[in-house]
Ligand binder design. Structure first.
Ligand code: TF8
Length: 338
């Protein structure tokens, strides 16, 4: 090959490479996307955000960045979500439960003992049903990028081990600001007190309340073991995290930017769930080491609890939306057959 031809070819290759890369990145602007979190940075959500950030850097040529805020620094779950709706904040990673006032259909995830396993939850949330619920969010000013994991919830308190339904009698248990959780705990005989997550530690410390319920990892990373003595493994509900974007601000993004965010939220999700599940046993160990007394419940006692809260399904079907509940039941049946 002659020298000029070689140079010409090299230039051609470079131009091709440039033309392949440039239009893609040209669709991205320099953006710092603020993400609000109610939990602390050492929660598996931190791993998910880091992974999502790496992915965004690759796809946007370093132009799009997530800037995470932890421990409710930008407000609690509900408050931060309202900021998304008014377009003053880009993102929040929040439990769906405090948002039922915004979209009642989200209450479907709060029904007690709904999912039997993480596998079931993944299949329903990542499948058609998850999309069916997510498709309702733009109408209320929100876009859900993915479902991440908070996890199966368990009960802690400062009074006694909860071994059976009767032990809950009169116990002052904080619940999320959510009518289904409120009803579930009332139906179990507890004195349920709705409260924002940010106030829980102090309320436990001052003994304004006796207990609360959250997944192991959240109990551990929120240091509830410093102010709680007993942990009872109830697995009474599974809460997903929604990875939400402000609809108003979403509409200002290019199609490529939107796609990068959606794709990277799914990649972040896989990492987040993996870490959440790997860490769950470790979190329980930490809780024990911190001096909490842990008890499992006899299957028969869990059965009695399930029975006691069954009417909650009936009572809330209308507020959640009959179709949303029926479709969930169908989705679960399908998953359970597989
Ligand atoms: C709750 C939730 C919260 C999470 C966290 C703020 O009990 O489980 O812990 O939504 O991200 O309020």
């Amino acid at each position: 090959m002659t020298k000029p031809l070689k140079t010409l070819l090299a230039a051609g290759v470079a131009a091709l490479a440039f033309s392949a890369a440039a239009p893609a990145w040209a669709q991205f602007q320099e953006r710092t996307i603020r993400v609000s979190n109610g939990i602390n940075a050492d929660h598996p959500v931190g791993n998910g955000v880091t992974r999502m950030n790496q992915c965004l850097a690759e796809k946007s040529g370093g132009k799009m960045k997530l800037q995470a805020f932890w421990g409710g620094a930008l407000g609690g779950d509900l408050q931060a979500t309202q900021s998304l709706r008014s377009g003053t904040l880009e993102m929040v990673i929040t439990s769906s439960s405090p948002l039922v006032g915004i979209l009642p259909d989200l209450g479907v995830f709060d029904l007690p003992f709904l999912f039997n396993s993480a596998k079931e939850a993944d299949a329903v949330l990542d499948g058609e049903y998850g999309k069916y619920v997510a498709d309702k969010l733009p109408a209320v000013g929100l876009v859900n990028l993915a479902y991440w994991e908070n996890g199966f919830r368990n009960l802690t308190n400062s009074r006694k081990p909860v071994q059976k339904l009767e032990d809950l009698q009169g116990m002052k248990v904080r619940v999320m600001q959510n009518n289904i959780f409120l009803d579930t705990f009332r139906a179990s005989g507890a004195n349920a007190v709705p409260m924002a997550f940010g106030e829980v530690f102090t309320a436990l410390e001052t003994r304004a309340i006796d207990g609360q319920e959250n997944p192991f990892v959240t109990i551990d990373t929120s240091k509830f073991s410093e102010v709680q003595k007993y942990l009872s493994v109830t697995n009474h509900a599974y809460t997903p995290f929604l990875v939400l974007y402000s609809k108003g601000l979403w509409d200002k993004l290019s199609a490529d930017e939107q796609k990068a965010l959606t794709d990277c939220a799914a990649i972040g999700r896989d990492e987040q769930r993996k870490v959440s599940r790997d860490l769950s046993a470790k979190a329980l160990e930490n809780i024990r080491k911190a001096g909490m007394q842990v008890n499992e419940l006899a299957p028969a006692e869990i059965g009695r609890m399930r029975e006691a809260v069954k009417p909650v399904y009936e009572r809330h079907a209308a507020t959640i939306g009959a179709e949303t509940v029926t479709k969930m039941q169908e989705a679960l049946e399908k998953v359970r057959k597989q």
